[in-house]
Write a protein that binds this ligand. Structure first.
Ligand code: COA
Length: 262
């Protein structure tokens, strides 16, 4: 296990690299350092010709990731929120457009930015205790790292409205029925199942996989580009509202259990 990072871990196993979000005490909440380190780790794996598949997961048994770090959201203004949104979008687009397949091993909560990261992956396998959702509305905001767009493309606009506008959190089996994840397995089997999927992918010619990804990305590319811009504008606008600040402050000061529960 190599450890050149503060907030993630990477592990190379033959032709597969595991990238693990590693802030388990904060349910692997994604802060600016983690975003940056994720981007660097993706660059490294992209350049490594021995790596044929990437798996992204979260440390511990509780969370893939509980989303953007709310203490960082608290500091955002209308101006800085736009950059915050663009940065996350750019790194999750890097996940999406990597020339190699990327699998999300969803080992617990995948909320907000955590689900946005999973949605940027090519495949999503979830443990049976995983829960997925977008709690942003409870903070007076909307997903800002591509979630409004990729969720709608993934499960349709009606389900996207339910998750984003009502803040419904779905358990793994329901996520499977919606098409939000590809497979649900018992927690103790998740690692083996993900490795088996990675192994299947590694057996195919990398160039064919690369072009398959590229062709499939072109289905959504032009819509995604304009949708992401709108998402950033609306996300940033909400940070000029007093009630957004109040909701985020209330989450941080009163503890997040009630506010976060969907
Ligand atoms: N950002 C920053 N810290 C977070 C976090 C986030 N998104 N999600 C969880 N944490 C932290 C908690 O503050 C807590 O830290 P502490 O022990 O220092 O107080 C720790 O992670 C454990 O979380 P806790 O709330 O005690 O766990 P729980 O099992 O009671 O609840 C959740 C789990 C996921 C329901 C709850 O943590 C939650 O609602 N998180 C926020 C989810 C969210 O709104 N994400 C979208 C952000 S845009």
């Amino acid at each position: 296990m190599s450890r050149p990072y503060e907030t993630i871990k990477t592990k190379k196993e033959q032709t597969t690299t595991w990238i693990t979000l590693d802030r388990p005490n904060k349910l692997n909440a994604i802060n600016a350092t983690m975003l940056q380190e994720l981007s660097e780790a993706l660059d490294t794996t992209e350049k490594d010709t021995n790596v044929r598949c990437i798996i992204i997961t979260g440390e511990g048994e509780k969370a893939f990731s509980a989303g953007a770090d709310i203490t960082e959201l608290h500091k955002l203004t209308h101006e800085t929120a736009a950059e915050f949104s663009r940065k996350g979008q750019q790194i999750f687009s890097q996940v999406e457009t990597l020339s190699k397949p990327v699998v999300a091993a969803i080992n617990g909560y995948a909320l907000g930015g955590g689900l946005e990261l999973a949605l940027a992956c090519d495949f999503r396998l979830a443990s049976d205790h995983a829960e997925l959702g977008f709690p942003e509305m409870k903070l007076g905001i909307i997903p800002g790292w591509g979630g409004t767009q990729r969720l709608a493309w993934s499960v349709g606009v009606a389900e996207a409205k339910r998750l984003i506008m009502l803040g419904d959190r779905v358990k793994a089996e329901e996520a499977l029925k919606m098409g939000l994840v590809d497979k649900v397995v018992p927690q103790k089997e998740l690692e083996a199942e993900v490795e088996a999927l990675a192994q299947r992918l590694c057996e195919y010619p990398p160039t064919a996989l690369k072009y398959a990804k590229r062709a499939l990305i072109s289905v959504t590319k032009s819509f995604l580009e304009s949708g992401l811009k709108k998402e950033t504008d609306f996300f940033a606008l909400l940070f000029s509202k007093k009630e957004t600040k109040e909701k985020i402050e209330s989450f941080l000061s009163q503890g997040n259990k009630k506010e976060g529960d969907c």
